[in-house]
Ligand binder design. Structure first.
Ligand code: ZN
Length: 486
């Protein structure tokens, strides 16, 4: 299998350190709010990688962390802790915020068909490991203590290693563009980043350490937990491209400083999602949570979109390309999903003949090659669409398929569509068509009520309204007709 390694900037043959074992680490969410489309993409991308590696016969230990402390608001390194801030605003215990959003994240991931990782460590559960890691960096001379906080010495590190290797930057250029923020005076150099921060008196999340009562810096948790669960050297580290700098750059610096060598052998980054061509962000008012997608509850959405539609939409682009979201792009993905579901249902009912008039012999190989080529999921999807045409021709009686070929076709669809792309084609086909039928039935009743009103047949119109209300429907008359919800 070929993987594009962000560090070497080329596609490389994937060779695990200790086959058949593979260590995979992916940066998980900071749990202070609902998951959005930007969370769905890395989760789905690395879910595909996880599934494919297992398909290749590897025994994968997949670690995806939960950030629940130390991720600060500005540049990850200054300002209030994101979780502490949410806890203060909502008057909750910080761990209540963490638990609440972790539960919701898990629920969303399950709906999206994302398999749970093998280990899901929390940063707050690994303070001791992080303190040990800081001590190693201090002992190696690449960090210093200042006013009870510990900072990574970027200039000193850069004399031995190259800071900026992953993101293709160098410290002179970075220095030029650094803003001098308040509270950076403790640092010897503006690019130095916090390994440990002394807690201010009002800071509610803090632990004992040799340096102060405080908390770890955000970049540290992934170095400490990656090493703890996957070793001082492991195979793959993944995450969104937005994490490449400073987060992953700092992880590399931390591990080289503490251990004297790189920890990660292959770095993989998924590209970002834009919304109508714009970067996604709270300030743009284009920040759509997954729950809002599923409910259709956002001004930019034309209707609700099912989790499987979102999944297919993301897989229809290669993970290293940007994906531009729009309601019309999602509607296209929804049509594509329906086509796959209908084809899958037809495939199960196909009757074999004595011999085949269609050639399906290369389908498995072509799908396999696409996956092995740095997870080319859009190519697998288009192979499935092509074979859908074959299946429909056979179903229409215009071609024949042998018993063996039919078994092969079923097995390829099960493997690539369901097991590897993780699309739930069988259940959601019936779920979605039931949903559609139910919506149409309610609309039909309310159309009848509208007609009754127009001919002033109040008995019928009230009867329909009352019966639906009894069943729990909320009906609202609007100037164009009606709106309803359950
Ligand atoms: Zn991380």
């Amino acid at each position: 299998m070929q993987i594009y390694n962000t560090l070497t900037r080329q596609k490389q043959e994937f060779k695990p350190l200790n086959p058949p074992n593979v260590g995979l680490y992916v940066c998980g969410p900071t749990v202070y709010g609902d998951a959005h489309l930007g969370h769905a993409r890395p989760a789905i991308t690395f879910d595909i990688l996880y599934r494919y590696l297992m398909h290749l016969g590897y025994k994968v230990r997949y670690v995806r962390n939960i950030t629940d402390v130390g991720h600060l608001e500005h540049d990850a390194d200054s300002g209030e802790d994101k979780i502490a801030k949410k806890a203060r605003l909502e008057q909750l215990e910080p761990m209540e915020v963490v638990q609440y959003y972790t539960n919701r994240y898990h629920h969303d991931m399950e709906l999206l068909g994302v398999l749970p990782p093998s280990i899901e460590p929390h940063a707050s559960g690994h303070i001791i490991e992080q303190i040990d890691y800081i001590q190693k960096i201090l002992d190696a001379g690449f960090a210093y203590v200042s006013e009870g906080s510990v900072y990574f010495d970027v200039r000193k590190y850069n004399e031995v290693y190259h800071y900026g290797r992953l993101s293709g930057r160098n410290i002179d250029d970075l220095y030029e563009t650094t803003r001098d923020l308040d509270g950076q005076s403790e640092k010897r150099f503006p690019l130095d980043f916090a390994l440990w921060k002394k807690a201010s008196p009002q800071h509610i999340m803090h632990w004992h350490s040799p340096w102060s009562e405080g908390f770890p810096g955000w970049h540290l948790e992934c170095s400490a937990m990656g090493t703890k669960y996957l070793g001082e050297q492991f195979d793959i580290h993944g995450g969104g491209m937005d994490l490449m700098f400073p987060h992953h750059e700092c992880e590399i610096a931390q591990s080289c400083a503490a251990l004297g060598h790189d920890t990660v052998r292959y770095w993989m980054h998924n590209n970002m999602i834009t919304i109508n061509g714009k970067k996604m962000g709270k300030s743009y008012n284009n920040f759509i949570t997954l729950e809002q997608f599923f409910a259709g509850d956002h001004p930019l959405l034309s209707k609700p979109f099912s989790p499987m539609t979102i999944r297919l939409f993301i897989l229809m682009a290669h993970y290293r390309s940007t994906v531009d979201f729009s309601s019309s792009a999602l509607e296209a993905a929804e049509k594509g999903l329906t086509r796959l579901q209908e084809t899958y249902a037809r495939l199960q009912k196909l009757q074999p003949s004595k011999s085949s008039t269609m050639d399906i012999s290369n389908l498995r190989e072509r799908c396999e090659q696409a996956m092995a080529d740095d997870l080319n999921t859009p190519l697998v999807v288009s192979e499935l669409y092509d074979s859908a045409r074959v299946i429909n021709t056979i179903a229409d009686g215009k071609a024949a398929i042998s018993v063996a070929d039919l078994e092969e076709l079923k097995s390829v669809w099960k493997l690539f569509a369901e097991d590897l792309l993780g699309l739930r084609l069988a259940d959601s086909a019936t779920d979605d068509s039931h949903q559609q039928a139910y919506h149409k039935a309610v609309d039909m009743l309310l159309d009848m009520r509208l007609e009754a009103k127009q001919r002033k047949d109040w008995t019928t119109s009230d009867l329909i309204r009352n019966k639906l209300t009894e069943l729990g429907f909320v009906i609202k008359d609007t100037k164009d007709g009606y709106e309803w919800s359950l």
